[in-house]
Design a protein around this ligand. Structure first.
Ligand SMILES: NC(=O)c1ccc[n+]([C@@H]2O[C@H](COP(=O)([O-])OP(=O)(O)OC[C@H]3O[C@@H](n4cnc5c(N)ncnc54)[C@H](O)[C@@H]3O)[C@@H](O)[C@H]2O)c1
Length: 212
C-alpha cells in the first residue's frame, strides 16, 4: 500500500527522534511523548503507526529499537540508493557535507558542476564531475536520485538532462519549479515560501498585526 506523503514525512521525523532517544538511553516511548516532541496529537502518532502495521505498545510504551526497525522497513530500500548533487556552490556543499554518512541506505555518490575550479575535484568528500558527463556517471554509479542546487535559471535545462538519464526521484532546491515526467517523483523545496508561511502564521497569531 502506498502511504500518504505527510505520513512518510512524519515517519522520517519520528525515526530521527527515536534514534536520539536510543542515544540518550531511552528504550521505550509512549505515543503521547512522541506526539509532544513533534507538536502533534497522540492520536495522529497512533494512526501513523497503525498504517504501517505497528501496534505493539506495551505498558512501558513502544519499544524504540523495534519501532526504528519497522519504520526503516517502510522508508528504506532493500539496497542502498545512490544520489547525485547538481551544483556544488554554497547549498550543494552544505547538503553533501551534512547528508553523507547519515543514512546507510542513501549515499551521495557523485556531484556535478560546470565550474572548472570544481570539476575533477573531490568536494565535500565526493567526486565532482562536469554536468556534460551526467548520463555516463549516473549509469556507472547506478544513481537514481538527484538533488538540484544550481542557479534557478539552470533548473529547466537540468530537468531534461535528469529525465534523459533515467533519474527516478528529484529534490529541487531552486526557486524555479520544474516540469518532469510523472514517472519521476518530484519534491520542490522553496525556503522562501517556508519562511513566508512562518511569517504569515506569526502575523495571524498577533491578530493580523505585528504592531506593539
Ligand atoms: N544558499 C542557500 O541558502 C539557498 C537556500 C535555498 C535555496 N537556494 C537555491 O539553491 C540554488 C543554489 O544556491 P547557492 O547559494 O548554493 O548558489 P551558488 O551560486 O553558491 O552555487 C551554484 C553552483 O551551481 C553551479 N552551476 C551553474 N550552472 C550549473 C549547471 N548547469 N549544472 C550544474 N551546476 C551548475 C555553479 O558553478 C555553482 O557552483 C539556487 O537556485 C538558490 O536559489 C539556496
Amino acid at each position: 500500500m502506498k502511504l500518504p506523503e505527510r505520513t512518510i514525512e512524519r515517519l522520517s521525523t519520528y525515526r530521527r527522534t527515536l534514534l536520539n532517544c536510543l542515544d540518550a538511553g531511552k528504550n521505550y516511548i509512549y505515543s503521547h511523548e512522541l506526539a509532544n516532541l513533534h507538536s502533534i496529537t497522540a492520536v495522529q502518532v497512533r494512526r501513523d503507526l497503525m498504517l504501517i502495521g505497528f501496534s505493539s505498545q506495551t505498558k512501558k510504551g513502544y519499544d524504540v529499537k523495534e519501532l526504528i526497525d519497522v519504520i526503516g522497513k517502510i522508508l528504506d530500500s532493500s539496497s542502498a540508493l545512490n544520489v547525485a548533487v547538481l551544483g556544488m556552490g554554497n547549498l550543494g556543499r552544505a547538503v553533501t557535507t551534512y547528508f553523507n554518512g547519515k543514512r546507510s541506505k542513501l549515499k551521495i555518490a557523485a556531484t556535478f558542476d560546470v565550474d572548472s575550479n570544481k570539476v575533477d575535484r573531490v568536494i565535500s568528500g565526493v567526486n565532482c564531475y562536469h554536468i556534460r558527463d551526467f548520463k555516463t556517471i549516473v549509469q556507472r554509479e547506478n544513481i537514481t536520485i538527484a538533488i538540484i542546487t544550481s542557479p534557478p535559471d539552470t533548473a529547466k535545462q537540468l530537468a531534461e538532462i535528469l529525465e534523459g538519464a533515467g533519474i527516478r526521484g528529484v529534490l529541487n532546491f531552486t526557486t524555479i519549479p520544474i516540469n518532469i515526467s510523472s514517472n519521476v517523483y518530484l519534491e520542490e523545496f522553496d525556503m522562501i515560501t517556508s519562511i513566508e508561511k512562518v511569517a504569515y502564521f506569526v502575523k495571524e497569531m498577533n491578530g493580523g498585526s505585528l504592531e506593539k
